[in-house]
Design a protein around this ligand. Structure first.
Ligand code: ATP
Ligand code: MG
Length: 471
């Protein structure tokens, strides 16, 4: 693709560069900013590399009225704030020997920007720019970007051995930019993937999530599966696993990759898409006619997904939501208000989670044989429509939204304890089934009649006994 030929630095960044230049130092915008600007992509932060030691950067910038923060001075990094915009200004440096596949034991400051660029991970990230000199590109980063290739700077083996996080960064960039990976670079990633076990779970999670949220996540998963296997060994069983069913034209991994691409780009549903069919290889069997089935696979995917999410670092609240989607992804929900409200009640009344389930079902259908996907996409759209109507009409689908409360139920004579919840469930079921309006008076009468009705009370106490609540 053609690269942009005008790089525009914001005024604030230009001021920082010129303040340093005027003091006799050499400063450049570097790395991700230059890459993204050439690609015409928005970039969140602008990093600056400078010949000045950080103490000099501090002195010069503060004299010019800018604030500074000593955020990483042991590595030569100072944060400079100009009109509320923050820039990390780092002294030209190279990394010393690496001790743990991630952290250099020391950094050495160097004289030239070229030496600084040589320590960077990929050719497209080893770029520098300043308005008077244009783009500095000593490793052919622009040609690689035009060809859509990720290439390590220098010897790939050495570079990934120094810092294994670069392996995941390559996979993530491949997803974000849709680039292929140069074969020698990929070989270096494969040969060093075992070192990923030394990278902290937080960093692995961060890169994997960015990969999943990328515009080309599906392609990146397929392209990088043999590398990603070192952090997600669960992918191995999915790769090449033929489904032997008319519903599917892809193996489990390729189907999963298409579902990931087929759901919107937000973390909850992208993670659920990655996990949803992980139980399939374990559940697979052939029937008498040679057709493959996977009964119960959603439930088997749940513990596999839980294991991954516990290894990575997720909050319990987020994990619970992802696992609920995985568990429910194949549930049959007809597109009518009763069925939708029943599912909503199962989801604890979480309408966003229900909307995510619709997204997942739609994406799942997109990854299936085109012969069957149309109807399933239509069904997911209808489900979303019914959900919207229920929300607009403010209808009850949680115990909280009932007109009657636990306190009311107790006032009517139900003893405090689990029986109160049982009674509220009864009321909710009746409301969802449209046998009872969501009005206080009607529900008081309904509860009173349940208590009075001998048959019902017997059934009621029997159910309670079965659950072990009874006397
Ligand atoms: P993004 O900001 O989209 O994550 P980025 O390339 O800007 O991408 P940063 O983490 O902001 O990534 O790093 C800024 C620059 O620092 C990179 O462009 C690259 O030149 C260099 N860099 C970052 N991480 C590494 C690494 N692990 N090894 C070598 N160079 C790196
Ligand atoms: Mg960046």
């Amino acid at each position: 693709m053609a690269l942009s030929d005008s790089l525009l630095l914001p005024d604030t960044a230009l001021r920082v560069l010129s303040v340093l230049d005027d003091a006799g130092y050499e400063a450049w915008a570097v790395g991700g900013f230059v890459r993204d600007a050439l690609l015409g992509r928005a970039c969140s932060d602008i990093d600056i590399a400078c010949s000045a030691p950080w103490q000099e950067t501090q002195r010069v910038c503060e004299l010019a009225g800018m604030r500074t923060h000593e955020t990483g001075t042991q590595h030569g990094t100072l944060t400079v704030v100009c009109d509320d915009e923050a820039f990390e200004v780092t002294t030209f440096r190279t990394d010393g020997a690496y001790k743990d596949s991630r952290h250099p034991e020391s950094v050495q400051f160097v004289k030239t920007i070229e030496e600084d660029l040589a320590r960077r991970d990929f050719t497209m990230n080893a770029l520098a720019y300043r308005p008077d000199r244009g783009v500095l590109d000593p490793f052919g980063g622009q040609a690689d970007m035009e060809a859509g290739v990720i290439r390590a700077v220098g010897d790939p083996h050495k570079r990934f051995e120094e810092d294994a996080l670069r392996i995941l960064r390559a996979c993530r960039f491949s997803s974000e930019l849709g680039y292929s990976i140069d074969p020698a670079t990929f070989q270096g990633m494969l040969a060093n993937k075992g070192l990923l076990s030394r990278i902290s779970a937080e960093r692995v999670t961060h890169e994997l999530q960015r990969l999943l949220l990328g515009e080309h996540a599906g392609d990146a998963l397929l392209r990088c599966v043999d590398v990603l296997a070192a952090v997600l060994p669960e992918l191995v069983a999915m790769k090449g696993f033929d489904q032997h069913t008319p519903y599917h034209v892809f193996d489990v991994l390729e189907h999963t990759a298409r579902v990931v691409d087929g759901v919107p780009r937000y973390p909850l549903v992208r993670w659920a898409a990655l996990f949803h069919d992980m139980g399939k290889p374990a559940c697979f069997f052939f029937d008498e006619n040679g057709i493959g089935h996977f009964y119960g696979h959603a439930a088997v995917s749940v513990p596999i997904a839980r294991g991954i999410m516990q290894r990575l670092t997720f909050s319990n609240a987020f994990m619970d939501k992802v696992l609920t989607l995985v568990k429910r992804h194949d549930d049959v929900v007809p597109a009518n208000p009763k069925a939708v409200k029943r599912m909503l009640a199962r989801l604890g009344g979480d309408t966003e989670l229900f909307a995510a389930l619709c997204d997942l079902k739609r994406g799942d259908a997109r990854g299936q044989s085109p012969q069957f996907s149309g109807d399933r996409i239509a069904l997911a759209n209808e489900l979303q429509g019914v959900l919207n109507e229920i929300m607009e009409a403010n209808e009850a689908f949680t115990m909280k939204s009932l007109a009657i409360s636990g306190r009311d139920v107790m006032k009517l004579g139900v003893p405090q304890g689990p029986l109160v919840g049982e009674m509220l469930h009864r009321v909710l079921d009746a409301v969802i089934d449209e046998e009872l309006p969501n009005s206080h008076d009607d529900q008081v009468k309904y509860v009173a009649s349940c208590i009075e009705d001998e048959n019902f009370s017997k059934k009621f106490s029997k159910r309670v006994d079965e659950k072990g609540y009874g006397a």
